[in-house]
Design a protein around this ligand. Structure first.
Ligand code: NAP
Length: 462
């Protein structure tokens, strides 16, 4: 009997993956490549649309990075994988449901929450979390109704990572540059009408401790409407070239910044200014951000040799219309799943979920939910391999869960009873086709649907 028509469920090893972003998709791909035909995957996704941060996190002007979705599509089209979109773990599906029917569960839920600066004035209007801004310009349904006020001349972005650079770039791209991307329509209008002339990116440490990667830093020097400005005296203050912990990326960042510092202004109408050794102490304004007071920092060596920032008694106050904090993400606990509060990830050892009594049989975690929000998309491939290797070891050793067998159709019926509005893979393919068709007339890769109801409608259109 062929693999596709066999449906008693008797011999099936069933794996549920929660989350279809890079971590979940790489996990599925690796599992399918390295497992026997009995292993079947159900890939659950909270939104109707798959690929997590590839769709809702990667900046719209980075289409090459987004093209990894073609690899994920091939995985999702595999005969031993089913996609269940619009199914929320916690709302529709619980751990008990999964334990009832799956031999293994892999959490690939990311770290969706923004980190706070915990300083006075952080809750003023026009103080924004980068996570919200990124979700909004990428058309994520949870963020599509947010409003961003870009009617002033200066914005401050706090943080020295790639998210900070994404936010800064998106604030400075021209309408023409934005118009050829898949930026959400609602964001295109607001960004194109933005009055922001200057974006200050503020790092608390020095150039060699910045978390940017080289291509992203170089890209700033090529913006069509914005000059990049770096103060050589500030670089010197940070004592660049003296961090023993600096790797090749950090050293190259420092060189690029020196090049920027030596570059004359070319007269472009906007500027991106990269500042170092500054930490915001307070956001000020009556009801909304009007200025930010920052402390001048100095670096000191920790006992392990790493360089940290501490405030000196120097202060500077900078007028600003809006502040975006891009200082990292943290995880949030899933119902019934052990959470490491200290690291803000699902408690785990090499991808095996750890409960109070040790390893929890049949439960795994992968990606940012496992290691924290670090690395680029490809980092999740290696991470997924590690988790899958542990899962396959446990399968071989008979350490997975042992639910009663169930057939494919019966299991699908069970899921559809929990969430009748499931979007399956053909449903997603219809949404995808519809969005691409909408984009064709305006020369865009797609026009994203940003409301769940619109997505569900498009998923049903034959
Ligand atoms: P990140 O790389 O961890 O950078 C966070 C930045 O925030 C660091 O510079 C950190 O400084 C700073 N920071 C943390 N707490 C702070 C505080 N209280 N005050 C001031 N600054 C503070 O995080 P991310 O930018 O959110 O990016 C997450 C991951 O996604 C990264 O691995 C990133 O490379 C990746 N990503 C990649 C791309 C791309 O490939 N194009 C795009 C976006 C994101 P310290 O170092 O001093 O702690």
């Amino acid at each position: 009997m062929s693999d596709a028509t066999y449906d008693t469920g008797d011999a099936r090893v069933r794996v549920a993956i929660i989350g279809s972003g890079p971590a979940g998709s790489y996990t599925a791909g690796h599992l399918l490549r390295h497992s026997a035909p009995e292993l079947h995957i159900d890939l659950f996704e909270r939104l109707p649309t798959p690929w997590g941060l590839v769709r809702a996190g990667v900046a719209p002007d980075h289409p090459k990075i987004k093209s990894v979705d073609r690899i994920f599509e091939r995985t999702a089209e595999h005969a031993r994988l089913r996609y269940f979109g619009n199914v929320d773990f916690g709302e529709h599906l619980t751990l008990e449901h999964l334990r009832q029917h799956y031999n293994a569960i892999v959490y690939a839920v990311g770290t969706p929450v923004d980190r706070a600066m915990e300083i006075p004035g952080e809750d003023l209007d026009r103080s924004y979390a980068a996570t919200d801004f990124v979700g909004w310009y990428n058309g994520h349904p949870d963020f599509r109704d947010l409003e961003f006020d870009l009617r002033g001349e200066r914005a401050i972005v706090v943080g020295a990572g790639n998210v900070a650079l994404d936010v800064a770039r998106m604030l400075l791209l021209t309408r023409d540059e934005l118009a050829s991307t898949d930026v959400a329509d609602h964001a295109l209008e607001v960004l194109a009408a933005s009055a922001i002339k200057e974006v200050l990116v503020v790092a608390r440490r020095g150039p060699e401790q910045a978390a940017f990667t080289n291509p992203e830093l170089l890209e700033l020097g090529e913006l069509s409407a914005a000059d990049v400005v770096v103060d050589a005296a500030e670089l010197a203050l940070a004592g660049e070239g003296h961090d023993p912990g600096a790797d090749a990326t950090a050293r190259r960042n420092a060189e690029i910044l020196q090049e920027y510092a030596a570059r004359p202004l070319s007269g472009k109408p906007r500027r991106i200014v990269l500042r170092f050794l500054l930490s915001p102490l307070a956001l000020e304004g009556s009801g909304q951000v009007e200025s930010v007071t920052l402390a001048r920092n100095e670096l000191y060596a920790e006992s392990d040799g790493s360089l940290r920032a501490r405030a000196t008694d120097k202060r500077v106050t900078v007028a600003a219309h809006a502040v975006f904090r891009a200082i990292g993400y943290r995880g949030s606990a899933l119902p019934g799943v052990p959470f490491d509060q200290h690291r803000s990830v699902i408690a785990n050892e090499g991808g095996r979920v750890l409960g109070e009594e040790g390893v929890r049989p049949g439960e795994y975690v992968v990606g940012w939910a496992k290691r924290g929000p670090s690395g680029v998309i490809g980092t999740n491939k290696k991470d997924a391999n590690e988790t899958v290797d542990r899962l396959l070891e446990d399968l071989a050793a008979g350490r997975l869960l042992a639910p009663a067998p169930i057939g494919d159709a019966a299991l699908e019926a069970f899921i559809r009873e929990l969430q009748p509005a499931v979007v399956d893979y053909p449903g997603w393919a219809r949404i995808d086709r519809h969005e691409r068709q909408l984009g064709e007339s305006s020369g865009r890769p797609r026009v994203k649907l940003t409301r769940i109801a619109e997505m569900l409608d498009a998923a049903k259109q034959k």
